[in-house]
Design a protein around this ligand. Sequence first.
Ligand code: OOG
Ligand code: MG
Length: 255
Amino acid sequence: MKHHLKNIAYTLDQAAFLAKSTQQISSNQTISLTEAYEIQATSLENRYKRGEKLTGYKLGFTSKAKMEQMGVHDIIWGRLTDKMAIKQDQALSRVAFIHPRVEPEIAFLIGKRIDRAITLAESTDYLAGVAGALEVIDSRYENFKFSLEDVIADNCSSAAYIIGNWLAPNTAVNDLSITLRINGKESQTGNSKAILGNPLESLVEIARILSAQGITIEPGMVILAGAATSAVHIHSRDTIEGIFENLGNVKLNVV
Ligand code: OOG
Ligand code: MG
């Protein structure tokens, strides 16, 4: 790997580790999409060296609301680790992040190894569960501003996630209303069909993208389908609730 790409990977990892923002890559150099994903993979190596384990994958910009909020119009994918996983009843520490935002997500628990492209019809055969979830994103770039390549290199702003109770794999996930409530007040509302027309399409997409690169999705891994609504800034002492029709609620307290 080219030396300058390795340096960017290290800089982004340190920005996340120290919760200190860094300059956009695109403000002074051009990188390709392939290089952006190479930076992401290399940056994650630093986390693995600190003992973190890969727990799954997330998709980004799978809904119009997200694309329009961030001005990026292509599907992206990133990696999740066990350090990002927050257990139910565990609080989120505001100071561990730069300028965190929260968004409601649909989560899939993989039950059967995926090593090829799959169809929508067979997608649920690969699941062990489905759940409502909250994702905390925290761009490592100043002012949360980035190009498509920037955000991919930055592991798609992945920062933390919390998953509600897992339900049976055949539980309906499409056409469900989703509400994000902050401190008891409705902040965002959406519908899960805003995610590629059906959140299960996110599973189809990630299977297609990763299998083409020889990356397998293993049983026990989590897939986040991408938010159906805009993301909202988090402050200390916030109480955040994701309310998912058919899937239940997910609560997160910020300290
Ligand atoms: C990038 C991550 C996008 C989603 O659900 O669309 C994402 C960002 O908005 O900073 O997680
Ligand atoms: Mg997301």
